[in-house]
Design a protein around this ligand. Structure first.
Ligand SMILES: Nc1nc2c(ncn2[C@@H]2O[C@H](COP(=O)(O)OP(=O)(O)OP(=O)(O)O)[C@@H](O)[C@H]2O)c(=O)[nH]1
Ligand SMILES: [Mg+2]
Length: 225
């Protein structure tokens, strides 16, 4: 086997082990962890901003956010008045379990119900790295093109739920809903798909309801990886 492949496999194995340990810790401490992945600008932060504001009255929340540079997203999320930590990855195009664990140091996880993790905007790299989350959500905005699931199948294959974002723009950009669903399901048959607009609020009630239902399954985690 070429050495570069061996090294990469070794890194992934180590990440998987650490992620399993993290998930066991989250389970023990009773915090449900949800990660969001998407291409840059698909609307992860906008969706989270609205979600944190809505859910903070009934749930104890926190968020971690990864970016190569800037703490713009952490500042946007902190406006909701919940604890937020930034992970600055430098040149790395994804979060990994070790970065996640380091970012959690000193945080009182028992005092949380839900922890959201916004991954670096990228449809490729994050797919290989388990962060110990219970639920991985992939976002696809209507402005990206309906073919993205076909071109980036791995991220859709590793997700538990897909959310089509910026649905308020669907008509303006000629979004072909049937084709998008067909493409998601040809890559990942049966994957649940929701539609939202963080701008207008369309679909948000259903999103909140599904988050509530899925996080209630904490005892029998959605992801087992
Ligand atoms: N019209 C519309 N615009 C949106 C919506 N959600 C996000 N946007 C806009 O899309 C742009 C990107 O949104 P972000 O929330 O920063 O996207 P992101 O996925 O967090 O981006 P990165 O963290 O850089 O990957 C911003 O200008 C948002 O205002 C939406 O539902 N409708
Ligand atoms: Mg963001």
């Amino acid at each position: 086997m070429p050495r570069i492949v061996e090294v990469r496999e070794g890194v992934l194995k180590k990440n998987d082990q650490l992620a399993r340990d993290l998930r066991a810790r989250f389970d023990r401490l009773g915090v449900f962890v949800i990660s969001l992945v998407s291409s840059p600008g698909a609307g992860k932060t906008a969706l989270l901003q609205r979600t944190l504001k809505e859910l903070k009255a009934s749930r104890r929340l926190a968020a971690l956010v990864g970016d190569l540079a800037t703490d713009n997203d952490a500042r946007r999320l902190a406006e909701a008045g919940v604890p937020v930590r930034q992970i600055t990855t430098g040149t790395v195009c994804h979060l990994d379990a070790e970065m996640t664990e380091r970012a959690l140091a000193g945080w009182n996880l028992e005092s949380l119900d839900l922890l959201f993790i916004e991954n670096v905007g990228n449809l490729v790299c994050p797919s290989s790295y388990d962060l110990g989350e219970h639920l991985r959500i992939v976002l696809l905005s209507v402005t990206e093109g309906e073919d993205k699931p076909l071109k980036y199948p791995t991220i859709f294959n590793t997700a538990d739920l897909a959310v089509i974002t910026k649905i308020d723009l669907a008509e303006a950009v000629g979004f072909d809903r049937d084709e998008a669903y067909r493409n998601v399901r040809s890559v990942r048959p049966g994957l649940e798909v929701l539609e939202v607009s963080a701008r207008t609020g369309l679909g948000m009630d259903h999103w909140f309801a599904r988050l509530g239902e899925l996080s209630a399954r904490r005892g029998s985690a959605v992801r087992t990886g």
